[in-house]
Every structure is written in C-alpha cells, then in structure tokens.
Design a protein around this ligand. Sequence first.
Ligand code: IPM
Ligand code: MN
Length: 355
Amino acid sequence: MGKTYKIAAIGGDGTGPEVLREGIKVLTAAAPKFGVKLEFTHYDFGGERYLRTGETLPDGAIEELKKFDAIYLGAIGHPDVKPGILEKGILLRIRFELDQYINLRPVKLYPGVDCPLKDKKPEDIDYVVVRENTGDLYTGVGGVSMKGTPHEVAVQSAVYTRFQVDRCLKFAFEYCRARNKKKTLALCGKTNVLTYLYDLWERAFHEMGEKYYPDITREYYHVDATCMWMVKNPEWFDVIVTGNMFGDIITDLGAITQGGMGIAAGGNINPEGVSMFECIGGSAPKYTGKNVINPLAQIASGQMMMEILGEKAMAKKIEEAIMWVVAHKLKSLSAGKMGYTTTEVGDMVAAKAAE
Ligand code: IPM
Ligand code: MN
C-alpha cells in the first residue's frame, strides 16, 4: 500500500498560481505509479488577499500549516504592496515559525541548457547550497531612530547562535555524506571582516568535521571569492554551507549559471517538522496571466518535496522528465522564449513523468 501525503498549496502572487498548477499537474501524473496519493488543500495567502483584508496570514494559519506533510508554495511578492510586508508577513514568517532552518538549493546544469559560463558543461556544474534559513540579518534584530531626519540611525544586526550554526552544519555534513559525490563541504563566510559571526561558524565547522565527519573534506572560502569561483571553477564545488544572507545572494548567482530562475528549485526544510518547497525566483508580475512563465523551477521544487518526503523513486522520475523536456523540447528556459506555453511545458513533463 502506498502512502497518502497531505500538502498545503499556496499559489501566492503573480505567476505563482500558474507555475503551482503545473507543479501539481506533474506530481499528480507521476504519483500513481509509485503508489503515492497526494491531497492538496489550497490557501489564498498573498498580495490580493492582503489588499482585500489587510491580513498577511490569518490567525491560526501557522497552526493549520503544521498539520500538513509539506507545503508547496508558488511565489510571494505583489507590485501594489510595499516591499517587505508580504515577504516578512508570509514567507519569512512561515520559514521562522515552522523552524525551516535549512534552505536547500541545488545548482545543476542540465544537458541542452545554454550556460552563460564559457565552456562549462553539465559535469562541471552540479553542487548544492545549504543556506541557513532562520538567523543572520533576517532576524529583524535592530531598529531605526530619528527617522526622516538628517540624524537618522539604522541598525540591522546579523545574529547567530551556536545552536543554529551547529544544526545547520550537521545537516550539511550529513547531506554531503549521503550525496556521496566529491565528499567535500565548503564553508562560505567572511572571517576576515565578520570576525565574530564567521569565527563562530568556522570553529563549529572544524570541530564538528574533525569529530564526526573525517570522511568529508573541509574547505573554506570567503563569500566574495565564492562568487568568483562559482563563475570560474564551479566544478570545484560539491556542497556549500553558509549563512542566510550570503546564501540568498550566492544562490541567485548559482541559479543563473544553471540557466536562470526558470529552472532553480528550492526547499525550506525542517528535518524534524513541516517543510515548504518553492522555486527560488519571484512572482514575476510582468508575466502574470500570460501563460509564458517557465514552470520547471516549480516542478523541480515538487521533485525535491517528494525526495524529502522519502519518495526517492518518484522524485527521480520527475527529474528525468524535466531533463527530457529540457533536452528535447525547449528552445530556452526564459519566460516567453521556451517555444511552448507554461501549460504545454507542464503537460509535456507530466506525460513523461507518467510513462
Ligand atoms: C529568496 C528570496 C527571499 C529571501 C525574499 C523574497 C524574502 O529572495 O527566497 O531567496 O531573501 O530569502
Ligand atoms: Mn533570494
């Protein structure tokens, strides 16, 4: 007997609902073969709801979300809502309150994709960024005073506890070991300037590695150098672990090297709780409702959802379907240039995943 998973589906803003629909289409097509049942419950959280009701997440929403096996999210961000309100009120609030302390972002170049890096092939770009997802500049520690005067002071602090760092590093080491490729974990930091913050990370990294993971090679790169090597020598990397802010930045760079936001998937993971899967691109308002956005990133996030839920064979099947469509059908991964509509891309991946 197969398993039934209860999934909360949040389309969100802009093209979010369009790509989510394709993601659900593919998951639903692939599931039966693997004896998997998926039950989706839809929520209308996002900019439209906020503009109508003044509410980002209603009372009780967090408690309700905790009852699902996973959350499948489209995108959050609305052009008529001031930046920060929806991001903090919905996306970051779910990440924090569900303690999704890992943001897992694979960077993988599929055959047939135009890579902006000269002479780099699929075998050169295949690594994973483990981004810490609860601390750093994202905690909201800080404040502002004398706002609007010439003496305005703004402070926003990067905060990490040893506990947060250790649990993130443990995940990264374990992930690197299970991945079983180069068995190399790179810490991306800034120990030459952030001498409190990344000193903590660096000590914790080596202490843990030495004691529990002698089979994993440890490397350290400053964040600026990491960016340089991600462009020049991406083949060096296997798993990169880093703080929340650097992780946010380097994963956009990583995404563009694998063909762009159209293909970049991610998961906000609580290994002991409820995780949320979303493509790393935004809500792309200018493409909304045009049926031109690339749904592959969302579909790949669904693949990651099944992988984390333990349905490895189903996840593999979806990845193969994505790869086949990328290699044999799409002209480009960019919105409007794929040679197919959003719906058609979803249909092709779904058909392949159901084979
Ligand atoms: C991401 C996004 C978010 C982040 C924003 C929308 C708050 O850029 O998921 O990478 O900074 O984490
Ligand atoms: Mn980002």
